[in-house]
Design a protein around this ligand. Structure first.
Ligand code: HEC
Length: 145
């Protein structure tokens, strides 16, 4: 009797653990799956499938110190507003201008940045929705005239 109770408790625990881990693992990878899709439709044309960019035209995202760096607010700003600074990125200049993506939701920005920060040789942390929201308020203050 006692044996049975123990094993059914154990069984229930095991079942719930499996359900939760499937849910959790799937939730974790889902934003990389979405990020990849966004990258392929909106970024790949310039930054290329391998993230290598095009020399002198489009900046590489693979192995860029900015892309894997700590300044998430800057990355969010660039994805939203584009970039035409013509400043040296890792010692190189890029003649193309990056187009803005004003239609992206905060979640889409988090997903695509998570994808580029963890793809190719990049091994940085993913970007959460909360980090994008924090970046938005930081960027708003910075760009206020
Ligand atoms: C029309 C071409 C084009 C498209 C499309 C494009 N980019 Fe860019 N991207 C560029 C160029 C060019 C630069 C460098 C601009 C400069 O130097 O002023 C750049 C720079 C960047 C940077 C800064 C890199 C660094 O080292 O600081 C990031 C991050 C970035 N792009 C991400 C993205 C993401 C994510 C997408 C898709 C949502 C995207 N780009 C779509 C052309 C593009």
């Amino acid at each position: 009797m006692e044996m049975n109770n123990n094993s059914s408790t154990w069984g229930r625990f095991l079942f719930l653990s499996i359900v939760f881990s499937i849910f959790f693992v799937d939730g974790q990878s889902q934003n990389l799956v979405n990020g990849k899709k966004i990258f392929e439709t909106r970024c790949l044309v310039c930054h290329q499938a391998d993230g290598g960019g095009v020399p002198n035209m489009n900046a590489p995202l693979d192995a860029s110190t900015n892309v894997v760096g700590k300044d998430i607010a800057r990355l969010v700003y660039i994805v939203k507003n584009g970039l035409n600074e013509r400043v040296a990125l890792d010692g190189m200049y890029y003649s193309n201008a990056m187009t803005a993506n004003p239609d992206f939701t905060d979640q889409q920005i988090a997903d695509v940045l998570s994808y580029v920060r963890t793809s190719w040789s990049n091994k940085a942390s993913k970007v959460t929705l909360a980090q994008v929201q924090a970046a938005n308020s930081k960027n708003k203050i910075k760009t206020k005239k």
